[in-house]
Design a protein. Sequence first.
Length: 234
Amino acid sequence: MSVTTPTHRRTLSQDSTRSHKSYRLTRSPSPPTQTFHPSHILHPVPTPALVESVAGGAHYAGARVDSDVVLKHRRSSGSRPHTVLKHDHEQILKDLTELYSCRPTLDIFERSWSKDAEFEDPFCKCKGFDEYAAQPKLFSKSEQISQRIMSSTDNPNQFIYHQTQQYTTRLFKKKKVVESIISVEMDDNEKIIRLVDRWDGKDLPSRYGATFLRVMNGKVAPWIFKVPKVKKTE
């Protein structure tokens, strides 16, 4: 049987300590810690068209364009920015400004509107000349406060613009300021086939009762207001 003396215990302790230190000196260092940050390259780089659209949308805070308008939007062909009005759209915009200012003429309708065009706003849903031609007569007076082009494209052939208009009612002469986002679609002959006026950029009423009332308002207006007579073709 072996006996461990105090001197022997100190020697074992010293040897153990030297061995532990040697292990720490010879052990491979731990691999460096790496911190991963999300790469900005993964995010899409905004195009000029996107920047212009966002800037335009920020200018009209609170006004929303419906999803169907957004899905139909395409960049214009050529080098023309989509926020610059297409040349063929300029006359149509001038005619619409006259109509919204309660100054309708037969020349405007024959020049810029298809006979079977559709017109919609929160109060009426019209189809055909007799119905949409009566709408500018609903107010006794209307003044344009501001107007800005949001989009003008070749394919589809349409333009969208923001408008602030002050209307005066016929009966009580009450004034009302309305901000609208107006989308205008044209055919190959550069005539309007559909115009949708969204007040404050909101969806048009689509419930059955609301839609029925809007359709009836479109049909009743020609009975109340005189519609310009269409020239007979020989």
